[in-house]
Ligand binder design. Sequence first.
Ligand SMILES: [Ca+2]
Length: 313
Amino acid sequence: MNIKKILFILTVLMMLFYMLSGCGRKETSKPEPSVFITPEPFVKYYHDPKAVEFEYDEENLTYELVWSDEFDYEGKPDESKWDYDVGGHGWGNNELQYYTAGDNAIVKDGKLIIEARKEEHEGAKYTSTRLVSRNKGDWLYGKIEVSAKLPSGRGTWPAIWMLPTDWEYGGWPNSGEIDIMEHVGYDMNNIVMSIHTQSYNHMKGTQKSGSKRIENVDTEFHVYAIEWLPDKIKWFIDGEKIFEYQPTKFKASPTFKEWPFDKKFHLLINIAVGGNWGGARGVDENIWPQTMEIDYVRVYQAKEINELISGQN
Ligand SMILES: [Ca+2]
């Protein structure tokens, strides 16, 4: 009798357990695949390993000049090489200047001169110019050299930098940014060089940067340069290597999140006024106008690298 009772209770318990666990399985079973539309670039590139398995003789590349502006003419910057970003909306950094369509740029005495002025324009208190080579000078890998003399004083923020031409991995910072040279006037003579990507950027405070204190940035020309290779970028000032970014030093198998630098980029040259970084210690009202002079921009590419990547992009 007792055994029968126990068996009966056990059977009921087992049935209950089976039913409950059955129900549980039903609830936690995989849902039907839902329609999940992933943007094309992410489908295409997310898992692609980047910046790996490139073999080349780093010390013996044959570089040839492929694009340059020596500024050996007079007047407006060469229209076949330069365009302008125009506007005064702060450019994502609460910058104070309005960028004119070239009104603050002139070529004379062998140099490009960008002048930032204290003058009201379209609601902004300052004007300046931002030259861009977009769709006129766009490159994948190479050496980029810019000889420049910088403005001085609190509130100036000159930059020589690069952005992606086609934004194939999405909006900033996903498609990357390469800062060849940045300088803020409240920290004179300290040259900063950086990359920004989805994983490493200044919004997260994770950008990869180098810096070097040099002399006379506002009275002498210095050559600010990068060598951009398929798996690393090196920065130079006056030929001396200062910084290097190699994504595999941070991640064994980088994706576009660490290395979006396998697409074409173009050059930007500007003086910003104020802004989150340049204006972090205010803007000196008594230093204007301020100029940045560019003696030349030279872009070289190596045939060995072009051969290495032919057919890949
Ligand atoms: Ca020149």
